[in-house]
Structure formats: structure tokens, C-alpha cells
Design a protein around this ligand. Structure first.
Ligand SMILES: Cc1cc2nc3c(=O)[nH]c(=O)nc-3n(C[C@H](O)[C@H](O)[C@H](O)COP(=O)(O)OP(=O)(O)OC[C@H]3O[C@@H](n4cnc5c(N)ncnc54)[C@H](O)[C@@H]3O)c2cc1C
Length: 405
């Protein structure tokens, strides 16, 4: 079947007209800045005060658009519905709790439960987590300069090296955080489940990169189970990828990479400006687009690298399909995946899957109040990414019109 992203019949096959109308109303509301800025705050307060009506409004609108459910069991309906259209799921525990050992341990156990769910359900293709869900941000930040130097020199550091940056109490905490990270990665590899580690802010990302690379060295000997994420809005990520490949060749391990553009652009630029260091972000959107596509092309040319293109960009998705064809790579080659977020860019996900490509969607889940920060970011993204709301609305309108004719 030839690829056509504007086929809305395929894109919305698993959506009723009622839910499309609701999605249309929701996307329209993102055009009002006060909804995006004040809405999540008001909802959070109302939920803390146990207003049941607010809870059910949030749950049946923005939550049901972008989340699978409040827990794994509840999310299974969405997982099954995606699977009917050959779109796989990536269960994403999206709770951002307080930074303490109890919450970090709970999150580790919950991520392990998503891995266990994937072992018994072929509709779940990957597991995923954010390092800041299991480790304190400021601690990762404090270790970052030490890891930065080591990464530049292509070295794998023992935790002992961090003694120069951390106090004994911090070392102990750091060891616990690393043990959680390692336990999740080891569980995934032992279960044969591929695992994404999300990319975050540059001032903690060297710590994350170093941890992920260490896990790749240990666990990706035969197959890429552990995936790092590269953000192509950074101007140094193509060279990072090339350096990683030479390390993997020297140490004989497979690389897994989720390739994205990056979600923290404003924050990155503002911090660089305030602290007076050169911005790590590309000068313009075109440069991010170019590096995204260059990284995809570079990785496609190497058998040691498995990739997941995490993007809602039609052009980048299309280019990847064209390059696969040029290089005679089968559409269902398990080393190549496309991924989007639940509730966004269904026209890309479902049309790619209908044409035979490997596609997965993040299915965020968690209690309504706890996932509000995630929902707030989706609302902001949909109000700020150029043309995103217009595109979603146009496609929904087209499909509703098609259904009535
Ligand atoms: C499956 C999946 C997983 C993801 N995982 C992560 C993750 O682990 N970490 C993470 O940070 N993000 C992650 N994201 C979010 C992602 O980084 C982007 O923010 C989002 O997908 C929008 O980019 P795009 O490629 O879809 O589309 P586009 O709309 O083509 O690109 C928008 C993006 O381009 C970049 N950009 C926009 N304007 C400029 C400019 N003036 N100069 C330079 N760059 C610019 C920004 O990154 C912006 O988000 C993920 C997204 C998906 C779909």
C-alpha cells in the first residue's frame, strides 16, 4: 500500500465521530492562551480539593486525548485499540512526583511493571523512562561536569571517580540512584524488551548519556535493548552519534537511539543566556531539521545501530521511508521504528502502520492529578508548535466531512 499521510479514514479508523468532535473542541481550546496557562493550574487546585466534577471533566477531555488510563490495567483498552491498526504501544508512567527515595523506588518498580506487561503482550513494543523519575535532578547536575569530561575523552567512568564532585552522603545517594537505573535496564534486557531512556536538560544529560552508554556496553552485546535519546536541536548531537559509533565498534556493542528534535528549547536558551555560556541549541529550526535528518540517514547506513524516529514531522517521517526504500531496507525491519505521542499526529502513525512500517505510540498513564504536568506540556506544545493545532483540526474536519458524505 502506498503511503499517504492525508488519508484520514485510516488515520482515525479507531475513533468514533463523537470522540473526533471532542478532540476538535479540545484542540480549538488550545488557541486560547488563558486555557493553556491557567487551565492546568485551576484543574490541579480543584482536584486537590476533591471536586469530582472537575476530575471527570479533565478525565473525559484532555486526559482521554493524551493518556491511556490511570494505571497499566486501565491503559490496556487503548493498547488493544492501537494494536488493531498494527500500531504498537510504549507504556509511559508519566507521574512527576516529589524527589524522595520512596517515590524513586516506587517509580522504579512501576517501570519494571511496564516491562513485565510488555513480556506478556506483543502489542507493547518498548518500555521507557525518564532518569529524573528515579534520581534527584540536582544530584545528576552535580555529577554532570565529571561525566562531561569523561564522555569527551571516550572513557567509561567507575562511580568512584565522582568522589571529586560529590560529598560522601551524595555518593551514597548517587549509588542508590544508579542501582535503580541499572535494575531497570537489566530487567529489560533479561526480558528481551527494548527500553528507551528519554533525553532531558543538557545540564544533566552527560550523566544520563554516561549511564546509558555503560548499560549499552553491558547489555547490548547481541542486540540493542538499551536506547539512548539524542535531541537534534542540540548542535553537537551528530558528532556525538559518530563518536558513540566508534566507541561501540571498539567495544563491540550494539547501539539503540531514539532520535528526536528536543523538548526544552526555551529553557535551554534562557539558562545559557542568563549564565553567559554559548547556547547548546541550534541557531534556527532549519538547522534542527537538517541535523535530525542527517542523524537518521547516518544511522540507517550502519548495521550496528537501531533507531526510533520520535517525531510528528511529516517531512522527516517521509524522508526516512524514502531512504529505507533506497537502501533496500524492509519496511518491517525491526531495527527501525517510528514513534509519536498518543493523541497527536495519528495521520502519521496510522498511515505508516497501514503501509507496513513499524510504528509505536507513547501511551502515558498515571493518576489524573499526577499527570497534569504532562498534560500541561501537551497543551503548551500544541499551542506553540507552529501549525500543529491547525494541522490536527484540519485533519479532524476532513474526516468528519468524509463520514457525513
Ligand atoms: C515518541 C516521542 C518521544 C520523545 N521523546 C523525547 C525525549 O526523550 N526528550 C525530548 O527532549 N523530547 C522528546 N520528544 C519531544 C520532541 O523532542 C519534540 O519536542 C516534539 O516531537 C516536536 O518535534 P517534531 O520533530 O515532532 O516536530 P517539529 O514540529 O518539526 O519540530 C518542532 C521542534 O523543532 C525544534 N525547534 C523549533 N523551533 C526551533 C528553532 N527556532 N531553533 C531550533 N530548533 C527549533 C524544537 O525541538 C521543537 O520542539 C519526543 C517526541 C516523540 C514523538
Amino acid at each position: 500500500m502506498s503511503l499517504n499521510f492525508s488519508d484520514t479514514e485510516i488515520a482515525f479508523r479507531n475513533k468514533s465521530s463523537r470522540s473526533l468532535k471532542k478532540a476538535s473542541w479540545l484542540f480549538k481550546s488550545f488557541n486560547y492562551p488563558w486555557v493553556v496557562q491557567q487551565g492546568p493550574l485551576l484543574a490541579a487546585n480543584a482536584l486537590r480539593w476533591h471536586f469530582p466534577l472537575v476530575r471527570s471533566i479533565v478525565k473525559s477531555t484532555i486526559f482521554s486525548q493524551f493518556c491511556g488510563g490511570e494505571n497499566i490495567t486501565e491503559s490496556m483498552e487503548v493498547v488493544a485499540s492501537l494494536d488493531e491498526s498494527k500500531v504498537k504501544a510504549i507504556l509511559d508512567y508519566s507521574v512527576e512526583g516529589e524527589e524522595n527515595e520512596e517515590n524513586f523506588n516506587y517509580t522504579r518498580d512501576e517501570i519494571i511493571r511496564t516491562i513485565e506487561a510488555a513480556t506478556t503482550n506483543s502489542a507493547i513494543a518498548f518500555s521507557v523512562f525518564k532518569t529524573t523519575g528515579i534520581a534527584r535532578f540536582a544530584l545528576l547536575e552535580k555529577a554532570n561536569p565529571v561525566y562531561h569530561k569523561a564522555l569527551e575523552a571516550g572513557q567509561f567512568l567507575k562511580l568512584d571517580h565522582l568522589k571529586e564532585a560529590l560529598t560522601p552522603a551524595e555518593m551514597e545517594e548517587f549509588q542508590k540512584a544508579f542501582d535503580r537505573f541499572k535494575a531497570i535496564c537489566e530487567k529489560a534486557a533479561a526480558a528481551g524488551i527494548r527500553l528507551f531512556i528519554d533525553a532531558e536538560e543538557t545540564w544533566i544529560q552527560d550523566t544520563i548519556d554516561a549511564w546509558v552508554e555503560g548499560m549499552m556496553l553491558q547489555l547490548n552485546k547481541e542486540k540493542a535493548f538499551i536506547f539512548n535519546t539524542i535531541q537534534m536541536y542540540r548542535h553537537d548531537r551528530v558528532s556525538y552519534t559518530k563518536r558513540l559509533l566508534s566507541i561501540a565498534e571498539a567495544n563491540q556493542f550494539q547501539i539503540g537511539l531514539k532520535i528526536v528534535r528536543g523538548a526544552y528549547m526555551e529553557k535551554e536558551r534562557e539558562r545559557a543566556h542568563q549564565m553567559g555560556y554559548p547556547s547548546p541549541i541550534q541557531p534556527d529550526k532549519e538547522s534542527s531539521d537538517k541535523d535530525f535528518n542527517d542523524a537518521v540517514y547516518f544511522c540507517l547506513g550502519n548495521n550496528r545501530i537501531s533507531i526510533c524516529a520520535g517525531t510528528h514531522n511529516e517531512d522527516s517521517s517521509l524522508k526516512l521511508t524514502q531512504w529505507m526504500q533506497e537502501k533496500n531496507i524492509a519496511k518491517d525491519d525491526t531495527r527501525i521504528f517510528f514513534a509519536q505521542l498518543l493523541g497527536m499526529s495519528d495521520h502519521i502513525s496510522f498511515n505508516l502502520a497501514a503501509s507496513g512500517y513499524n510504528v509505536a505510540k507513547y501511551v502515558p498513564y498515571g493518576p489524573v492529578l499526577a499527570v497534569l504536568p504532562y498534560l500541561s506540556r501537551r497543551a503548551q506544545e500544541n499551542s506553540s508548535v507552529k501549525g500543529q493545532v491547525g494541522r490536527e483540526l484540519g485533519l479532524i474536519k476532513q474526516e468528519l466531512q468524509r463520514r457525513t458524505h
